[in-house]
Design a protein around this ligand. Structure first.
Ligand code: DUC
Ligand code: ZN
Ligand code: ZN
Ligand code: ZN
Length: 460
């Protein structure tokens, strides 16, 4: 089966030019001007931009968390991702403290295999690093294609590891050719502030925000960077939100360290004023919380300076009824918000359309860098001969409005309800097949494949 995409404006992290793309089977066979090759089907992309399929390296699908499960399954979450132009996601397997990584992986495989609609991979969250876990790291990297290991410096008692475990994990992961990633906030300080606010009867969502001040993130980011530098382990900070944390990273770049930074779309475009409005603010209760306008400015600048390499989502949706678990106590509101479907269109509309970032930068942070950093490149993350034909045909002028009434995520509200967007995903190809056409999903559950990742070098 072959497919010719004619006359689209191809955008990669470095180039922008009008050309044709010949897709044969699952991969790109040729790219060129006015290709006069035979194809079984032709798509006219005149006037459209052609991006590589988006890669969201930070999503939580069907995840047990805070006494419930995130509401998107691997089926609904990856299908919604495809609607929004994201063809590959990296989801998190959570080790249970006292149990093995192997058991955790089996658990996630049983829910994702044969269910996902879009392609996916896993990070392994190490929540209990001991001699048994140590022996499993090599197996994960060499045999399972899982080359990144997530850690939490918060959520004590469930997910958090201490610094002793962190340094030991980093040494082992470095030895085996992997990367350590981190949720970098100071869990002890946060736990103290949560307890203090609760004791004072301050129970509204606003106090979720006030229990995680910028300092808690800046301190942990700096501490993590120092440990990574000491061990020489390639490292990655997920969902960095604020100026203080980015300044800690600036210090790390001075010593030429292999440290990458991800922010998420919400931290670029939403701010903490959303918490002022009674319980409605629960829609944006996530960790870390939304920050200030000055932090948005810092993050956009960080993207342009190359200090922030990735824009992800931390997609972790909960139904409104689940959010209501915390209606009398902010500390019981499940943390997370839905964005897997909206990331690319929001980043285009708020970033490229407003002139904050270039089209090339857009592709770099949403597609190419996640692929390079996490060992998916050049199979994924770019438009090149031999790469998977994961492509997004995008109309840069079409306007539309985000709403829970029309989104495809399994969640009954939108964190961006009523947002007017310029630019729309029209057609999406995943491994050579048209999976989304004008709002319709053309493949069934099970089309998505688990993608084994390569070892990481810590360079891009
Ligand atoms: N933060 C969230 O908001 N949700 C999932 C986990 C996390 O760290
Ligand atoms: Zn849609
Ligand atoms: Zn996190
Ligand atoms: Zn997360």
């Amino acid at each position: 089966m072959s497919l010719l995409i004619k006359n689209g404006r191809i955008i990669t992290a470095t180039d922008a030019y009008v050309a044709d793309i010949l897709v044969e089977g699952e991969t790109i066979r040729a790219i060129g001007k006015d290709l006069s090759l035979h194809a079984d089907e032709t798509i006219d992309a005149t006037g459209l931009l052609v991006f590589p399929g988006g890669i969201d390296p930070h999503v939580h699908l069907d995840m047990p968390f805070m006494g419930t499960f995130s509401s998107d399954t691997h089926e609904t979450g990856t299908r919604a991702a495809l609607h929004g132009g994201t063809t590959t996601v990296i989801d998190f397997v959570l080790q249970k403290q006292g149990h093995s990584l192997k058991d955790a992986l089996a658990d996630w495989n049983s829910r994702a295999r044969g269910t996902a609609v879009g392609d996916y991979s896993f990070h392994m969250a190490v929540t209990d690093f001991n001699e048994n876990t140590r022996a499993e790291i090599k197996h994960m990297i060499e045999n399972e294609g899982i080359t990144s290991f997530k850690t939490f410096m918060a959520y004590k008692g469930a997910l958090m590891i201490d610094d002793r475990q962190m340094v030991a994990l980093m040494q082992e992961v470095k030895k085996q050719g992997g990367m350590v990633t981190v949720h970098a906030t100071n869990g002890d300080v946060i736990d103290y502030l949560v307890a203090k606010h609760r004791a004072e009867g301050k129970l509204a969502p606003l106090y979720h925000y006030l229990s995680q001040p910028e300092m808690t993130e800046a301190e942990a980011s700096g501490r993590f960077a120092d440990m990574a530098d000491y061990t020489g382990c390639p490292a990655y900070i997920v969902h960095l939100t604020c100026e203080g944390a980015l300044n800690a990273v600036r210090n790390a770049t001075r010593r030429n360290q292999k440290l990458f930074v991800e922010t998420c779309i919400q931290y670029l475009i939403l701010d903490a004023s959303l918490y002022e409005d009674d319980f409605e603010g629960a829609k944006w209760v996530m960790s870390p919380p939304l920050r200030e306008k000055k932090d948005q400015t810092t993050l956009w600048a960080g993207i342009n300076q190359g200090l922030v390499q990735v824009v992800a989502t931390d997609h972790c949706p909960f139904m409104w009824e689940q959010k209501l678990m915390g209606k009398d106590d902010f500390s019981k509101i499940p943390n997370g918000h839905p964005a897997i479907e909206n990331r690319l269109e929001l980043l285009y509309s708020e970033g490229v359309h407003t002139g904050k970032i270039t089209l090339n930068k857009y592709v770099e942070v949403a597609c190419t860098n996640p692929a390079k950093i996490f060992g998916l490149f050049p199979k994924k993350g770019t438009i090149a001969v031999g790469s998977d034909a994961d492509l997004v045909l995008f109309d840069p002028t079409e306007k539309h409005t985000i709403s829970a009434k029309t989104h495809h995520m399994n969640v009954d509200y939108s964190a961006y309800e009523g947002w007017e967007i310029t630019g729309k995903v029209k057609t999406v190809l995943l491994r050579g097949k048209v999976v989304i056409d004008n709002g319709n999903c053309l493949v069934e559950k099970g089309y998505g494949k688990f993608i084994k990742r390569n070892k990481v070098s810590g360079t891009i």
